[in-house]
Design a protein around this ligand. Structure first.
Ligand code: AMP
Length: 231
């Protein structure tokens, strides 16, 4: 079991990049925000506990998140390669992830920090629309659907996440900024952190990420010399 973390603010393109990497390079996408929204929709105990935090743009308590991720990893195949999206958000979560992966015979191979100016994040998030049925992301101006309010892929209805209202976005970006410095230091100290410019189109972002990930895979292959990328 291997893992790559996509670390970046809400709106930095983690979800879009993860979906494309899943399709092109066979990763399993694990997004804690998506898992929580699914729990909320199904009305599970976890969903009910998480709801208030999510509506306010605050972080859901670490123990709930850690339990949810651990259960998912334990249930999955041991040879899976995960892309963690929106997780970990705190150093406690990062420590528990390290422990869980070690328990399951796995490890992290890279942490990619997606960097985007704040004004761009706000523009992306306020315009984001998502298909209720298949989850595909659109944007009212950057990636508009062919018919307003209708998904190009499956014809489902497009909606705006309640936490993509501007007041909640500002709160989420502040929470991200508060938590991230410590996470950056945590992963830089382990030699795993690489910064990626995500103020560019999704195609270029995915190409940049694939370049880094494939270099890592080459460096890890038997017989390959040392010299993987460094932060
Ligand atoms: P996201 O879809 O990643 O933007 O997450 C939406 C909301 O879910 C966040 O604002 C948090 O309330 C909650 N959430 C998602 N992932 C985590 C996490 N790893 N730790 C704590 N809360 C989370």
């Amino acid at each position: 079991m291997q893992g790559i973390i996509l670390l970046g603010a809400p709106g930095s393109g983690k979800g879009t990049a993860a979906e494309r990497l899943r399709d092109r390079a066979g990763f399993t996408h694990l997004a804690t925000g998506d898992m929580l929204r699914a729990a909320l929709k199904q009305g599970t105990a976890l969903g009910r506990e998480a709801e208030g935090y999510m509506q306010r743009g605050e972080l859901v308590p670490d123990d709930l998140i850690i339990r949810m991720v651990r259960e998912r990893l334990e249930a999955g195949p041991r040879e899976a390669r995960y892309l963690f999206d929106g997780f970990p958000r705190t150093v406690v979560q990062a420590e528990k992830l390290e422990q869980t992966l070690a328990d399951l015979g796995g490890r992290l191979t890279r942490v990619l920090l997606l960097e985007t100016p704040r004004a761009v994040l706000i523009q992306r998030l306020t315009g984001r629309r998502i298909c209720r049925q298949c989850g595909t992301n659109f944007h009212v101006t950057n990636v508009p659907p062919k018919r307003a309010g209708v998904c190009d892929v499956c014809g489902g209805e497009l909606y705006q996440r309640p936490d993509d209202q501007e007041a909640t976005i500002v709160k989420r970006l502040d929470v991200y900024a508060q938590q991230t410095e410590a996470l950056i230091a945590f992963y830089a100290a382990r030699g795993l952190l690489t910064r990626v410019n995500s103020n560019q189109g999704a195609d270029q972002l995915v190409a940049d990420i694939l370049g880094i990930v494939q270099t890592d895979a080459g460096a890890a292959a038997p017989g390959a010399g040392a010299g993987g990328r460094k932060a």
